[in-house]
Write a protein that binds this ligand. Structure first.
Ligand code: 5GP
Length: 124
């Protein structure tokens, strides 16, 4: 599958420093920052620095170093969200929307990590 990456998307601009962000964690290959329109008391986005549209693009084309770094960064953010005020160390939700069916707004791979309250049930 050919993946077309649009380098004018908002997260590419954040990575280039053209748009400010509220950084939670930065590693060699990943960046995590607070969502501008939080859907929960704590809502952090974790993105790879490389130009990947979605998770399957990333899994197919990222280097081992990028994959390891991103997996670890997501894990770190999950831990931070889990102990954030109001969350009492009691869980989080990890989501990635992709494409039209997934209702993806920003075409740069991102994981949403949400917590800080009991979230509604999404899937049955
Ligand atoms: P998606 O629907 O693509 O999974 O989610 C995109 C997310 O990016 C949304 O939750 C939206 O609030 C967030 N977002 C969009 N523009 C910006 C921005 O400029 N800064 C930050 N921090 N988040 C953004």
């Amino acid at each position: 599958m050919a993946y077309a990456y649009d380098d004018q998307n908002i997260f590419a601009k954040i990575l280039r420093g053209e748009i400010p962000n509220n950084t939670v964690l930065e590693t060699d290959h990943s960046l995590a920052f607070h969502d501008i329109q939080p859907q929960a008391p704590v809502h952090v986005l974790v993105i790879p620095k490389g130009p990947y549209v979605n998770y399957d693009h990333f899994a197919a084309q990222a280097s081992e170093a990028e994959i390891t770094d991103y997996a670890r960064a997501i894990g770190e953010v999950c831990k931070l969200v889990e102990v954030a005020p109001g969350n009492d160390g009691d869980g989080y939700r990890l989501i990635s929307n992709a494409g039209e069916a997934g209702v993806q707004e920003v075409p740069h791979l991102h994981m949403h990590v949400l917590g800080g309250r009991v979230l509604g049930r999404m899937l049955k």
